[in-house]
Design a binder for this molecule. Sequence first.
Ligand SMILES: CC(C)(COP(=O)(O)OP(=O)(O)OC[C@H]1O[C@@H](n2cnc3c(N)ncnc32)[C@H](O)[C@@H]1OP(=O)(O)O)[C@@H](O)C(=O)NCCC(=O)NCCS
Length: 164
Amino acid sequence: MRQFREDAPGQGAYPFVIRQMTHEDMSAVIALEQASFKNPWSPELLRRELDHDWSTILLVEDPKPDGGKELLGLAIFWIVQDEVHVLNVATAPEHRRRGVARAVMEELLARGKHRSCTLATLEVRRSNEAAISLYRSFGFRSVGVRPNYYADEKEDALVMVLDF
Ligand SMILES: CC(C)(COP(=O)(O)OP(=O)(O)OC[C@H]1O[C@@H](n2cnc3c(N)ncnc32)[C@H](O)[C@@H]1OP(=O)(O)O)[C@@H](O)C(=O)NCCC(=O)NCCS
């Protein structure tokens, strides 16, 4: 089962429900952020993203037989002019390596293409091998370094770009 808003192309063939976050999802999203990052996004920051026209938060869920659903992962991205900018991708630790991040990346790239974007960009910690490998598998290439971009740990960011 898949569900998409009317602005979504929904071209993927993944076994998850992917839908846009609403304010009612806040507590589940915060729990996922806290399980995934040392510096998780705050409710205030997420609320602000929900209110921005250019920002989308996609949730990946597993529908349950009892009608409930479990949040597996998320992605936050902006579409500004011809660019998709990926701000955040995370999968719940107990659901990693099941293709959750791949599914949400496919979906957000499809949405960007549907909106006539010509490229996707992102920053990623230089040490984040799992994420770099994920992005490379979509064809993202490293085009530069932002020194000390993650000021908390003085870690550099790699800037990665995918041309559509
Ligand atoms: C990076 C992350 C989002 C990957 O999520 P995931 O759902 O486990 O990824 P998928 O199962 O969709 O994997 C897709 C591809 O990513 C790469 N990948 C994912 N995890 C990896 C790992 N631990 N080591 C190496 N490559 C990895 C592989 O290429 C993989 O393809 P494969 O399974 O066919 O080999 C997840 O590890 C995570 O949430 N990390 C913490 C948050 C984070 O660092 N987010 C990214 C920065 S914004």
